[in-house]
Design a binder for this molecule. Structure first.
Ligand SMILES: CC(C)(COP(=O)(O)OP(=O)(O)OC[C@H]1O[C@@H](n2cnc3c(N)ncnc32)[C@H](O)[C@@H]1OP(=O)(O)O)[C@@H](O)C(=O)NCCC(=O)NCCS
Length: 192
């Protein structure tokens, strides 16, 4: 596993993923203040001041020694507009495991962008960091996220009952995971 200070930008067919900058504030505020985006998430909707504080904190992670938290801007290559966030949270050096997260503005849902973001996170996690395992948690009723994770090849590993309080309610969550070896077989089936 590699420790990487700043990630180089990554591209998919229609999107870019890059480190956050302060100029992203307006686009990210539009995202994180939207009740649909944060419906299944423990935080939000954020006001502009909260967003500025958290953006500054996330940018500060970029210069941390032994960095573990990567919050990336997801944008459209065609217009440069930032439409989402992608996250990679490295758990500890021994497990060589990271949790991934993602959210997109609802104006861009149902067009395959979610799949592009998660595919890019798989590339970053398995190829750039050479991690052993990636996992994601999501609310059992978050059909968009459940279907997205299944679609890109994640395996259901766990079903937790009322393990997370979201906006005052205890929610049930799935844990999905993917090992590097499963990813490699999927990418290069003939080599398996
Ligand atoms: C989860 C999220 C990123 C999905 O983004 P998206 O761009 O709509 O996803 P895609 O278009 O790539 O769709 C991926 C698959 O999931 C399916 N899907 C997407 N949204 C769906 C929904 N609401 N209900 C059922 N299936 C859905 C798609 O049909 C597609 O499957 P297909 O290829 O068989 O058609 C987006 O809904 C989002 O940002 N949600 C809010 C934040 C969030 O909940 N993040 C996850 C936290 S765990």
């Amino acid at each position: 596993m590699f420790i990487i200070a700043k990630l180089q930008p990554t591209e998919t067919s229609r999107l870019f993923l890059r480190e956050l900058i302060e100029n992203d504030l307006d686009d990210i505020y539009a995202l994180k203040s939207n009740p649909e985006v944060v419906f299944y998430l423990t935080w939000g909707p954020s006001n502009k001041e909260q967003k500025l504080t958290s953006l500054k904190k996330q940018i500060a992670f970029q210069s941390e020694e032994n960095r573990k938290i990567y919050v990336l801007a997801v944008g459209l290559k065609s217009t440069n507009k930032v439409i989402g966030n992608a996250l990679l949270l490295i758990k500890d050096d021994d497990s060589e495991t990271a949790e991934i997260g993602y959210f997109l503005h609802p104006d861009y849902w149902h067009t395959g962008y979610g799949k592009e973001v998660v595919e890019a996170l798989l590339m970053i996690g398995f190829r750039t960091f050479e991690l052993h395992r990636l996992f994601a948690r999501c609310d059992v009723e978050n059909a968009g996220s459940v279907n997205l994770l299944k679609k890109v090849g994640f395996r259901l590993e766990g079903h937790f009952l009322k393990d997370l309080k979201v906006k005052g309610d205890w929610r049930n969550n799935y844990l999905f995971a993917l090992l590097k070896e499963e990813y490699s077989v999927r990418k290069h089936p003939k080599r398996a």
